[in-house]
Design a protein around this ligand. Structure first.
Ligand code: ADP
Ligand code: ADP
Length: 217
């Protein structure tokens, strides 16, 4: 069972993916995380990507498809992937279908998290990540007090360089223009479900778990 978790920046894709990974033993494939790994290498390629991330535009489909094929082709992850932040335009959605076909797989469900723009801006500007356990918190909605892992009392909280008000406006615009139309593509295939992403984190997880259990049984 491969899933796509879909929604605008700050909708809660990463937060919910982490819960699904635990509950269903899945592998989270976040193209944003893969790109940030490249940025952290601080080489020429990484610096080029960093510039694009800070601009709020999309990285080229070629770069993304290479990163993705590396994972889809790995037998360890076969039929166990949550695609988080991918596909982000129609071309990527079509490439994903072709790649999955090549490796004898398919997408079972696309979950769309719906959240108002006003809330998204607050979620993104207040997003922080623990550098010790990588868990994402929110200084406004979900203050970092519940970190379960030992040692995280002295956690260092990181903020993403693209989580600032200027880049967010651009990221939301990019979402509306390039990414939102992908929903229609999945709607027509009959595999898309909407979830109200404005609920509490735990309420959303419960709905997700029920949906997924439904398609597994
Ligand atoms: P995305 O991966 O879609 O960009 P994240 O999962 O990183 O979104 O969530 C964005 C921010 O909003 C994080 O700081 C996270 O803690 C917070 N958040 C996620 N889901 C909720 C929710 N349902 N209610 C309140 N805050 C949330
Ligand atoms: P969010 O969902 O919070 O916007 P991501 O971590 O998914 O954050 O993405 C951060 C940035 O990485 C995007 O603004 C974009 O520049 C780039 N990116 C991530 N995934 C893709 C993708 N599939 N195609 C093109 N660019 C991407």
């Amino acid at each position: 069972m491969n899933l796509v978790i879909f929604g605008p920046p700050g909708a809660g894709k990463g937060t919910q993916s982490a819960k699904l990974v635990k509950e269903f033993n899945l592998f989270q494939l976040s193209t944003g995380d893969l790109l940030r790994d490249e940025v952290s290498k601080k080489n020429e390629f990484g610096n080029k990507i960093d510039e694009i991330l800070k601009s709020g535009e999309l990285v080229s489909d070629e770069i993304i498809n290479n990163l993705i094929e590396n994972k889809i082709s790995n037998p360890q992850y076969k039929n166990q992937i949550i695609f988080d932040g991918f596909p982000r335009n129609l071309e990527q959605a079509k490439s994903l279908d072709n790649l999955l076909k090549k490796y004898n797989q398919e997408i079972s469900l696309v979950i769309n998290l719906k959240v108002d723009n006003r809330i998204l801006v607050k979620r993104i500007t207040c997003r922080v990540t623990c550098s010790l356990c990588s868990k994402t918190f929110n200084t406004f909605f979900d203050p970092p007090k519940t970190c379960e892992l030992k040692g995280c009392e002295q956690r260092k909280l990181n903020k993403r360089s693209d989580d600032n008000e200027t880049t967010i406006v651009k990221r939301l615009k990019t979402y509306d223009e390039k990414t939102f139309p992908v929903l229609d593509y999945y709607q027509k295939k009959g595999i898309m479900k909407n979830i109200d992403g404005m609920q509490e984190i735990s309420a959303i997880s419960e709905q997700l778990f029920t949906l997924i259990q439904g398609i597994r049984s």
